[in-house]
Design a protein around this ligand. Structure first.
Ligand code: OOB
Length: 550
C-alpha cells in the first residue's frame, strides 16, 4: 500500500495560560490522565466486570478494550494516521463506545455528529475539522447513513475513508477491521485535544469545541463524586450518546472511569428504556425536561420495576419548578438538575441539597476553580439575586473554538471568560437559576437551533422574501420554533417550506414547527433594527395575538 499523503491541516489546540495550568495541576484537577491510559487500566483492573450493555451485546472491560484495540489497529492499517479527524455518527449502540475508544487508542480525533444530523451538517463538521474519515451505521432509526456517506464524499473529497457498522456496501466494515497491534502509538499528551464536540450553534453554523484529555477527564471524574457514581452504579444512556450530557455529566465516560456498567438505550422513550432499567437495575440516567415528564407520566402506569433508580438527572433545558415537583412525586428517586454546556461549565444540584434548591435551581458549578461572573450589559457584576449574563472560565471550560476567529472574538472576553449566552440569577449559595438567554437560539427539548441558520435556509427559497425564526414557549417541548415569513409574489404552503428546510440536508429537529406568513415585519422603530430586536418584536406580537385569541 502506498504511504498516505502527509496531511496539511490546521493544528488542534486548546491551551490555558501557564499560571492556570499550574493552578489546575496543583489543585489535582489535571492529573495527566488520558483516555487510552485509563481505559487500559480499567481493562486490567475490572477485566471481567460488565462495561457496556446494548444491542444484544454485553462486553466486559477486557472485551471493550480488545475491541477498541482491534478497531484502532484496523483504522491505521487502512491508511489513517494519528492526528486524523474522524466524524463519528452512530446511535446508542455498543459500537459507538468501541469506535470512540478505538479512535483515542490510535490517536485519531473523533468529531461527534448526532444521529439526527444530515448532509449539510455532517459536511460542515467534516470541512471545518478537515476530517479524513467518517464512521456511520448502516442504518439507524430507518435512515441509511451509507447514502449520506456517498453524498459526503462527493461534497468533501478529503473524507477519504468511510467505515460502517453493519453491512458496509462499497465501504469498509467496522466489524472486519484489523491490523498489527505493534503499529499502535503510545499514549497521547494529556494536554492534547482528544476530540471535537459540536456547539449548540447560537449564531449560524455549529462551532467545533476542542476538549483535552486532562480537562474532560477532570469534568467526569469530579461529576462522578457529585452524581453518586461508583463501581456499583449502572448508568443508562437514554439521550443520544454523542451529546455532552450523557457522555460526561457524568455520562458513560464517567461510568467507565468508575468501573461501573453502561447500559445503552436505543431510544429515550419509556417503552424502550423501562424494560432495560428493570432488567439491568439501572441506578442513574439523564434526561431532558420533556422526557422527564413523559417518564413521570409513564412511571405511574408501568409494570416494570424502576426501584433501582437512585438519581434522575434532568438538564439541557430549563426544568420549571412545577415540572420538577411532578417528576419527583412520580419517580420517587432523587432529582438532580444539570445545567451544562459542551464548551465546559457544568452545574449540578447536589444530592444532599435541600429539596427547595433541587426543585428551583439549576445547581452550582462542579469545581471550586470554576469562576462564575454574572454581569450586566456593560460587563459590570450584578449583585446576587439579580439577573445577568453568565460568564465563566475554569479547569474544563474552553478558551477558544477551533478555527473560528470571529466566534472566538465574540464568545470570549480578553481575560479568557466564556460568554455562555445564558441569563442567570445567582443565589448566595452559588446556585444558579437560568432565566433565559441573550442569544437567539431555540432550545427545543434540549436540541439547540440557531435562528440565523434556519433563516438562511428559508431565504434560499425562491418564494421567501424575508424570514425571522423565533422561539415560542411550548408546553411539551419547552420551546418550539416558529418562522415568520414574508412571502414573495406567491405564498408557498407551510408544508412546502418545511419540506424545503428538510430537503436542505438538515436535522429534522431544525425544521420550523410552525410557519406564520406576514405581509411585513412592520415595526414602529425608526430606522433599521437588529435581527434580534425584530425577532423579539415578532415573538411578543405573536404571543399577544394568541392571548387575545384565547
Ligand atoms: C447541554 O449542552 P449544550 O452545549 O447542548 O447546550 C448548552 C446550553 C446552555 O448554555 C443553556 O442555554 C442550555 O443549553 N441549558 C440549560 C440547562 N442545561 C443546558 N438551560 C436551562 N436549564 C438547564 N438545566 O445542554 C448540556 C451539557 C452538559 C450537561 C447538561 C447539558
Amino acid at each position: 500500500m502506498s504511504k498516505p499523503p502527509t496531511p496539511q491541516r490546521l493544528p488542534l489546540r486548546q491551551t490555558w495560560p501557564d499560571a492556570f495550568v499550574a493552578r489546575y495541576r496543583a489543585a489535582g484537577h489535571w492529573r495527566g490522565e488520558t483516555f487510552p491510559g485509563f481505559l487500559r487500566e480499567r481493562a486490567t483492573r475490572c477485566a471481567e466486570v460488565v462495561a457496556v450493555v446494548g444491542g444484544g451485546a454485553r462486553w466486559t472491560y477486557a472485551q471493550l478494550w480488545a475491541e477498541a484495540e482491534r478497531i484502532a489497529a484496523g483504522l491505521l492499517a487502512q491508511g489513517l494516521v494519528p492526528g486524523d479527524r474522524v466524524v463519528v455518527q452512530l446511535g446508542n449502540i455498543p459500537e459507538f463506545i468501541a469506535v470512540v475508544c478505538a479512535l483515542f487508542r490510535a490517536q485519531l480525533v473523533p468529531v461527534y455528529a448526532l444521529p439526527a444530523h444530515r448532509l449539510t451538517e455532517v459536511a460542515h463538521f467534516a470541512r471545518k475539522a478537515e476530517a479524513a474519515a467518517y464512521v456511520c451505521a448502516e442504518r439507524f432509526d430507518a435512515f441509511d447513513y451509507r447514502a449520506l456517506a456517498r453524498d459526503l464524499q462527493a461534497e468533501v473529497p478529503a473524507v477519504r475513508r468511510v467505515f460502517v457498522v453493519g453491512a458496509p456496501a462499497e465501504f469498509a466494515a467496522v466489524a472486519s477491521l484489523d491490523g498489527p497491534r505493534t503499529a499502535l502509538p503510545g499514549d497521547p499528551d494529556p494536554q492534547a485535544v482528544a476530540f471535537l464536540q459540536i456547539s449548540g450553534g447560537s449564531t449560524g453554523l455549529s462551532k467545533l469545541i476542542p476538549r483535552t484529555h486532562d480537562d474532560y477527564i477532570y469534568s467526569f471524574r469530579a461529576s462522578n463524586a457529585l452524581c453518586g457514581i461508583d463501581a456499583n452504579s449502572v448508568y443508562m444512556v437514554a439521550l443520544p450518546a454523542a451529546h455532552n450530557f450523557p457522555m460526561s455529566s457524568p455520562g458513560f465516560f464517567g461510568a467507565l472511569y468508575a468501573g461501573a456498567r453502561v447500559v445503552l438505550s436505543p431510544g429515550p422513550g419509556p417503552d424502550v428504556a423501562f424494560p432495560l432499567i428493570a432488567a439491568e437495575r439501572v441506578t442513574c440516567v439523564g434526561l431532558v425536561p420533556p422526557l422527564a415528564l413523559l417518564w413521570a407520566d409513564a412511571a405511574g402506569k408501568t409494570a416494570h420495576d424502576l426501584s433501582s433508580l437512585q438519581v434522575l438527572q434532568v438538564g439541557g433545558a430549563k426544568l420549571v419548578p412545577e415540572a420538577a415537583r411532578r417528576v419527583v412525586a412520580s419517580l420517587g428517586c432523587r432529582l438532580q438538575q444539570v445545567f451544562g454546556m459542551a464548551e465546559g461549565l457544568v452545574n449540578y444540584t447536589r444530592l444532599d441539597d435541600p429539596d427547595e434548591l433541587v426543585l428551583t435551581t439549576q445547581g452550582r458549578p462542579i469545581s471550586d476553580d470554576d469562576e462564575v461572573l454574572v454581569v450586566d450589559d456593560h460587563g459590570v457584576p450584578v449583585t446576587d439575586g439579580e439577573v445577568g449574563h453568565l460568564l465563566t472560565r475554569g479547569p474544563y471550560t474552553i478558551r477558544a473554538y477551533h478555527n473560528d476567529a470571529a466566534a472566538n472574538a465574540r464568545s470570549f472576553t480578553d481575560d479568557g471568560f466564556y460568554r455562555t449566552g445564558d441569563m442567570v440569577q445567582r443565589l448566595p449559595s452559588g446556585h444558579l437559576i437560568v432565566q433565559g438567554r441573550a442569544t437567539d437560539h431555540i432550545n427545543r427539548a434540549g436540541e439547540k437551533i440557531s435562528a440565523e441558520e434556519i433563516e438562511d435556509h428559508l431565504l434560499a427559497h425562491p418564494q421567501v422574501f424575508d424570514a425571522a425564526v423565533v422561539s415560542i414557549p411550548d408546553d411539551f417541548l419547552g420551546e418550539r420554533s416558529c418562522a415568520f415569513v414574508i412571502p414573495g409574489d406567491e405564498t408557498p404552503r407551510p408544508a412546502e417550506l418545511k419540506a424545503w428546510v428538510r430537503g436542505r440536508g438538515l436535522a429534522a429537529f431544525k425544521v420550523p414547527d410552525q410557519i406564520v406568513f406576514v405581509d411585513a415585519f412592520g415595526t414602529t422603530a425608526v430606522g433599521k433594527i437588529s435581527r434580534r430586536e425584530l425577532r423579539a418584536q415578532l415573538r411578543a406580537r405573536f404571543l399577544e395575538d394568541q392571548k387575545d385569541a384565547g
